[in-house]
Design a protein around this ligand. Structure first.
Ligand code: GAL
Length: 302
């Protein structure tokens, strides 16, 4: 156990800065795997692993401009580099392990790197948690725009993809097919016109909680949350959580660890070169009289 300081770029076990922004953590066979954006070099998504959420070993650049691509029957575009040689933009990668197929499946937000008009979801797949993922390409689920996104997995394996649609005005929840490679149903079109992004979901004591941010680009804003008795059930109205900048962060994902509930957020550096100064924060989440609360801390023992 060690203490991590919020708002700093944590180092991996080799002493290098961890670049895994807008990320996600899963637990698999004794290790936590952390996936996140890595915009350096020709990389897109990097993966680190840890047994204690504090000491992170760099594993692999799991998705890069040179990743293998493969077509999949519902997808049309496998673009990892633009025609002019520039990188595309792959944001907020999330990965789940599919027990039925034995594959690790990544969903990520795709843009062309020049503007945010593709608003697409992309999928990649791998046999191991930290191997080279094969890129299956991007598409618009049922034709909808799809920007900030997350994944959520039920204990029985049912999984959901959530993303901001209609120029971020609405937040969609899609149930995934059994193999997690496609969407099979639009379950919800939530909070129409509320412009929520950066969704993150966690089940706490039998209830589902979803945190989101407002849409102010890289600048932090007032976080809100909602809850539901079931993923496909009725979601509550949005309520405020944290302060007017969500303690200077935007949600990345929520995690249960050691019986505690944790909020992982990004403290973005901004665009261009500033992006690389983006750091991480972890705040405890607590449920008190049915309300979800975020506790501001400067540092945390994980
Ligand atoms: C944020 C979003 C980030 C990134 C950024 C670009 O609102 O959450 O993932 O897309 O905008 O301005």
């Amino acid at each position: 156990m060690a203490i991590v300081k919020n708002g700093t770029l944590w180092k991996d076990t080799d002493g290098n800065e961890i670049h895994a922004h807008g990320g996600y953590i899963i637990w698999h066979e004794g290790y936590y795997y952390w996936y996140g954006e890595d915009r350096r070099e020709n990389w897109y998504v990097s993966c680190y692993r840890s047994q204690n959420l504090t000491d992170w070993e760099f594993r692999n650049h799991v998705l890069t401009t040179e990743s293998e691509t493969c077509s999949y029957r519902v997808r049309t575009k496998q673009i990892l580099v633009n025609a002019d040689g520039s990188k595309v933009n792959l944001e907020r990668p999330k990965v789940l392990y599919n027990k039925k197929t034995g594959k690790f499946v990544m969903w990520v937000h795709f843009e062309n790197g020049k503007d945010y008009q593709d608003a697409a979801a992309a999928v990649a797949i791998c046999d191991t948690p930290d191997g080279d993922f094969t890129y299956l390409g991007h598409f618009n689920p049922y034709g909808y725009m799809s920007r900030d996104c997350t994944l959520f997995q039920e204990e029985d394996g049912t999984a959901y993809f959530l993303s901001a649609a209609r120029d971020n005005a609405d937040l969609h929840v899609y149930r995934l097919t059994e193999d997690y490679l496609n969407v099979e149903k639009v379950v919800h079109r939530l909070w129409q016109g509320e412009y929520r992004e950066a969704p993150a979901v966690l089940k706490i004591e039998g209830r589902y909680y979803m945190m989101t941010s407002a849409c102010t680009g890289w600048a932090p804003n007032q976080g809100k949350y909602a809850s539901a008795a079931a993923m496909e059930g009725e979601w509550s109205m949005l309520r405020e959580i944290g302060d007017e900048t969500t303690y200077h962060s935007q949600p990345a994902f929520l995690l249960e660890h050691d019986g505690k509930y944790l909020y992982f957020g990004d403290r973005w550096g901004g665009n261009g070169d500033c992006y690389f100064a983006s750091s991480y924060v972890v705040y405890p989440l607590i449920v008190e009289n049915g309300e979800l609360k975020l506790q501001y801390v400067e540092e945390i023992e994980l």
